[in-house]
Design a protein around this ligand. Structure first.
Ligand SMILES: [Zn+2]
Length: 463
């Protein structure tokens, strides 16, 4: 609290001294120039700068001015720059509504409200049984009910709408319990016809745009809804809807979906295979995964500067050396995406490769990314990555003539030309897996063709 007041008074004082903006502006320009220089140089700066809270390049002059005020105050950790705004809730002297902020414990949060320390200890102690405080996080909500002496009568802690606990005063002690939230999952069949847009058509059926985007995500490899979707196309989806105490809370899994495109004279189908292994996912009716195994390219918008070539004259070493990959000329800092799902096996400096990232994928594939500027946040040996996830940035480290990504792919230990990898390839289920999938698919189709008989809710249009 006192810190907020201090910041407020500092910034009010600043307004009187008109020369400040010029001095601060000058400093900001010098620092910005240094930063731009540092970013463009070929150093091995790592982009894992989680502890650096503010990127100066993202700040306007006014923000910078404000920041420099704070900097002189103390720039060490997290400073709440937001001033507490009086809200209608806070106007009630017997009720406190709050949220846990970054690096704040529940104890500190409650203490900041000036509550009785003994009450706070007792309330938190009583909650240990029902709240896993390891799971608490910034943004968790709490509500405190007070009596006329500002002693705690009731305390409510909300980790999520499904996970709410209450501690209430009972004589001289506090007793806590979890709130009984009636969570229900019902499977619903929704079907309709595209009128103006697919999104609008979902909304017209009483569903939220969130379901429309789930749906579009499923078929993104097969259809561009922005250009290929037409009036009269039909769609259907079998989805779990989760309600809390009877009110819609959110969507759960989409179990199946179809889209019939008039223009393409075909029907796209997606069925979820809830297998307990890496085969879990969406497949079409014949058991082929909807998701493509490989990205087209790990970088976007960069020209190829050197193709795969087993007999290339090396531009620096001036010797015939195989070029075991493709070079893309990209500016330093261009995001590099994981070529496929996999596990990072190397993320470190390696001689002439500079910063090197190696990811191991299924089916004997390995991808390598060299001369990187830095690695993505959390990217280290053992990290699981998803296809398309940003894992690094392009750089000019190691033996390199300019910023570029060297991208290599090995299949069972042997380099192959990445350009020959079929980006439309996806895995197909076979044998026992296909058999298990077909059984589940048949049940889903039955649920979609006769939702009533299978205990499903009616189509949204009948609601
Ligand atoms: Zn190369």
């Amino acid at each position: 609290m006192s810190q907020h007041k201090l910041i407020l008074s500092m910034s009010m004082g600043r307004k009187k001294r008109k020369i400040w903006p010029w001095i601060v502006g000058g400093i900001a320009i010098v620092i910005a120039v240094i930063c731009v220089y540092a970013l463009s140089s070929d150093d091995t700066n790592n982009i894992q700068t989680e502890s650096h809270p503010i990127d100066i390049n993202d700040l306007g002059m006014q923000e910078w001015e404000h920041l420099s005020e704070l900097t002189r105050q103390s720039m060490d950790n997290d400073i709440e720059t937001e001033l507490p705004m009086p809200s209608p809730e806070n106007a009630n002297p017997f009720l406190i509504n709050g949220k846990i902020t970054r690096n704040q414990t529940l104890f500190v949060a409650l203490k900041n409200h000036g509550l009785d320390i003994n009450d706070i200890h007792q309330v938190i102690d009583s909650m240990q049984e029902v709240v896993d405080f390891k799971k608490t996080k910034p943004g968790d909500r709490y509500e405190v009910h007070l009596d006329v002496d500002r002693r705690i009568i009731k305390f409510i802690y909300e980790i999520s709408p499904e996970d709410i606990s209450i501690s209430e005063r009972n004589g001289n002690e506090y007793v806590a319990h979890k709130v009984d939230v009636h969570k229900r999952t019902e499977r619903k069949f929704v079907s309709g016809e595209v009128t103006s847009s697919l999104y609008q058509s979902f909304v017209a059926l009483g569903e939220s745009g969130e379901l429309a985007s789930h749906f579009m995500q499923l078929f993104k490899y097969d259809i561009n809804f922005g250009t290929d979707s037409q009036r009269g196309d039909t769609f259907s989806v079998l989805v779990d809807r989760i309600t809390l105490n009877g009110a819609f809370y959110r969507y759960g899994r989409v179990w199946a979906a179809t889209y019939s495109s008039g223009a393409r004279a075909k029907t796209l189908e997606a069925y979820y295979f809830d297998s307990n292994d890496e085969f879990a996912g969406y497949y079409n009716a014949s058991g082929q995964a909807l998701k493509r195994t490989f990205l087209k390219n790990p970088v976007v918008g960069c020209p190829v500067s050197s193709p795969f070539n087993p007999r290339r004259m090396h531009p620096i070493l001036k010797r015939i050396r195989p070029h075991n990959g493709i070079d893309w000329a990209c500016p330093t800092g261009t995001p590099v995406m994981a070529f496929a799902d996999g596990i990072v096996t190397y993320a470190n400096w390696k001689g002439g490769n500079g910063n090197l990232l190696v990811i191991e994928h299924a089916h004997g594939y390995t991808s390598l990314y060299a001369h990187l500027h830095g690695f993505g946040i959390g990217i280290k040996k053992g990290t699981h990555v998803r296809q398309g996830q940003i894992v690094a940035t392009v750089g000019n480290t190691g033996i390199s003539t300019g910023p570029h990504l060297h991208f290599g792919v090995k299949v069972n230990g042997k380099y192959v030309d990445p350009a020959t990898i079929n980006s439309s390839y996806s895995i197909s289920l076979t044998g026992n897996k296909l058999h298990a999938f077909n059984q589940k698919k048949d049940a889903l189709i039955a649920a979609m063709t006769n939702p009533k008989k299978n205990g499903q809710t009616e189509s949204a249009s009948n609601e």
